[in-house]
Design a protein around this ligand. Structure first.
Ligand SMILES: [Zn+2]
Length: 275
């Protein structure tokens, strides 16, 4: 009843019609407070649903990022293994070349035993020398290639280890995220049910205003608390008289700047304190 001391709200439209009966005014006072509590309760539930939707929207992206990373590692591993295969082929080619050269040498040496003059003999000696040089060169190349193979093998091992680790991470993360999605879906459904119940306690006209304001605001807020003398939606200052009007719960007051419905600490505490 202390509120009757607040002289100022001459602007309040509802007041004249209700001043007739003191009891009716008192009843209206409670009703507006209750309306605000129900509106803020609905907002509180819907905001939680909004938050879950945003969070869940980001989860598949996280999995996608990991999947991309694992796919990238797989491509890299495949490339490294191909390179390794190429060098190994080079080695076996050179080994075949050595085998052929040795066979040639054997053949030339056989021919040397049967030659009839020095010129033929020298010519075969030159061929043998050439084949020996070929063998030396091939051996040098094999040595180089083997060093390359050792290097590449350790890179392949590292990449394989890294890939396997990331793949394991991905599988764990995937499962985790699927669990979270399932869990948040359940949470969302529960909240949505509560929201449906809460909206049944609100008269049609107010409910449609709530939905209209909510759909026009980027953060989905239609009912906001007064925070340190400012609107909790647009953060513009609220004149002291208007703040008094809000806390008197005589009528529903909206922010002059953003049009959101304003509630005071009493209403916030009723909803968040679970009363
Ligand atoms: Zn505002």
């Amino acid at each position: 009843m202390a509120k009757t001391d607040v002289k100022a709200p001459a602007k309040v439209e509802k007041a004249p019609s209700e001043t007739g009966k003191a009891s009716a005014a008192a009843k209206a006072e409670i009703t507006v407070a209750e309306k605000l509590v129900e509106l803020f309760r609905l907002q509180h539930l819907d905001s939680q649903v909004d938050r879950i939707k945003v969070q869940r929207g980001e989860l598949p992206l996280e999995v996608q990022d990991l999947e991309d990373e694992v796919a990238g590692l797989e491509t890299r591993l495949k490339k490294l293994q191909d390179e390794l295969g190429e060098v190994e082929t080079q080695v076996s080619d050179k080994q075949n070349l050595i085998k052929d050269a040795k066979a040639q040498i054997k053949k030339y040496e056989g021919q040397q035993a049967k030659v009839r003059n020095n010129r033929e003999y020298d010519s075969l000696t030159k061929e043998i020398e050439f084949q020996n040089l070929e063998i030396q060169l091939a051996e040098k190349r094999i040595k180089e290639a083997k060093a390359q193979i050792d290097g590449k093998k350790s890179v392949v091992e590292e990449s394989k280890t890294r890939h396997d680790e990331r793949k394991k991470d991905l599988d764990i993360k995937k499962k985790e995220l699927n669990d979270i999605i399932a869990e948040t879906e359940k949470e969302e459904k529960d909240l949505q049910k509560k929201s449906d119940v809460a909206s049944k306690h609100i008269e049609e006209r107010l409910l449609s205003a709530y939905h209209r304001i909510r759909s026009n605001s980027r953060n989905g807020l239609a009912v906001v608390a007064v925070e340190r003398g400012s609107c909790g939606g647009c953060f513009n200052a609220i004149p002291p008289q208007r703040q008094l009007d809000i806390s008197s719960h005589k009528k529903i007051i909206v922010c002059e700047h953003c049009g959101r419905i304003l509630v005071d600490d009493y209403v916030v505490e009723r909803v968040k304190g679970g009363k």
